[in-house]
Design a protein around this ligand. Structure first.
Ligand SMILES: Nc1ncnc2c1ncn2[C@@H]1O[C@H](COP(=O)(O)OP(=O)(O)O)[C@@H](O)[C@H]1O
Ligand SMILES: [Mg+2]
Length: 388
């Protein structure tokens, strides 16, 4: 492709000189005498280089350079100054001109060399920027891959340990719970402090039992029982399971389920667990009141939504809450096993790691983000699944 140069010059004689000087090279030289027109041309086209006279009718080359930069265009400028204006030349370079040349006896001889030099410098710079960009992307990919690796390694260890420990702990917990029940009955109506103590004990045991259950659930995710499922029905079933939780609070549930969302091949129970976990997280984040919005739809993926390729269609379940959102510093940790901000009130931090691993096993994708400020506070979880 020929190199496109715009020459801004109001003196026709100088245009002839420049044209003649650059004649031997394969440049596509366009001439413009009116600075305003020149500016229009720069905005509308992509030039490789601008050679501009410094003094133009009603303006200067510096003005045009500044406006070009303001528009985010990075075009090299060579500015032609009149003789003896070294001061201007210095200012030009400071403002980002690539080079300058003074209009003197040797102008015609030096301009081809300068143009060549500027274009070379320019292409080196572009190549460097491209290499840097590629390096940055490669680094990002590596980082994601590494994080994923660490996470899956952690999950493996957790999974292995968990089921062993959980099985061992389950029975003693059940015995303690029975004991507490027995004592409660025996000393009913007695010392208030005693019954209070028993209640605390019971709460603590229940909490431990909850963790054990979570661990067992989590470690049981080894194989999937796949079949074609209606996504909307799945959402309804998950909601039904949590109905009493919503009813206890003033939480409005809004569903927007797209008719005829294509069936998805999945492990029905595991995926229901996924939805229940996400909905419970939303619920806990909202506290006593709020709006839980659930949508299903199909959508074309964009690049970066691994493992989908850009343009591939996916089934999406979106769960949105009006809760307190996730602090910036927690966002990268929420999928880590045992990361929880609700430990004191019974959180285990297993939920999202279980969600992640089930979705990975389905070859799907999950994104959990804070809603954008214009959409108000809260979190949006988006599960994307392969269409059958
Ligand atoms: N919808 C949400 N809104 C606010 N924070 C959330 C939401 N979902 C998850 N989180 C954060 O992610 C953490 C981890 O979630 P999870 O793995 O389900 O564990 P747990 O629910 O036991 O805390 C939560 O403790 C909470 O800080
Ligand atoms: Mg949870």
């Amino acid at each position: 492709m020929a190199i496109k140069i715009l020459l801004i010059e109001d003196n026709p004689d100088d245009v002839v000189i420049t044209r003649r000087a650059l004649n031997k090279e394969a440049y596509e030289l366009e001439w413009e005498g009116d600075p305003r027109e020149a500016w229009e041309k720069i905005s509308a086209n992509s030039y490789d280089l601008v050679i501009s006279d410094y003094n133009l009718p009603g303006t200067t080359a510096l003005e045009i350079l500044r406006k070009t930069k303001e528009q985010g265009k990075d075009i090299p400028f060579i500015i032609v100054t009149s003789q003896g204006s070294e001061k201007i030349a210095v200012e030009l370079m400071r403002q980002g001109a690539y080079d300058y040349v003074s209009k003197d006896d040797v102008y015609a001889e030096v301009i081809p060399g300068i143009v060549k030099r500027v274009l070379e410098r320019r292409s080196t710079l572009l190549a460097k920027q491209k290499a840097e960009e590629e390096l940055k992307q490669a680094y990002e990919k590596l980082k994601t891959a590494q994080e994923e690796l660490v996470r899956s390694a952690k999950m493996k260890v957790v999974g292995g340990l968990a089921s062993g420990v959980a099985h061992e702990v389950k029975n003693p917990l059940a015995i303690i719970l029975q004991g507490i029940d027995y004592l409660e009955k025996k000393i009913s109506g007695g010392d208030e402090n005693v019954s209070l103590t028993l209640r605390y004990m019971k709460d603590a045991v229940m909490r431990a039992d909850n963790i054990v259950k979570g661990l067992l659930d989590f470690s049981s995710i080894t194989e999937l029982k796949m079949s074609g499922q209606d996504l909307n029905q799945l959402v309804k079933d998950a909601l039904l399971l949590l109905k009493h939780e919503f009813d206890k609070r003033t939480i409005a549930v809004v569903t927007q389920l797209e008719e005829g969302v294509m069936p998805v091949v999945m492990d029905r129970n595991k995926m229901k667990q996924v939805l229940v976990n996400l909905m419970l997280n939303a619920l806990y984040a909202m506290g006593e009141d709020g709006i839980l919005k659930i949508r299903t739809y199909t959508q074309k993926c964009v690049s970066g939504q691994v493992p989908f390729s850009a343009g591939e269609k996916a089934a999406v379940i979106e769960i949105e809450d009006t809760g307190k959102g996730i602090p910036e510093e927690s966002l990268s940790k929420i999928f880590d096993p045992f990361f929880t901000t609700r430990r004191a009130i019974g959180g285990t931090g297993i939920g999202l790691s279980m969600v992640q691993s089930v979705i990975n096993m389905h070859n799907g994708n999950i994104e959990i983000t804070n809603k954008s400020p214009s959409q108000g506070q809260g979190v949006r979880a988006r599960v994307m699944l392969k269409l059958a």
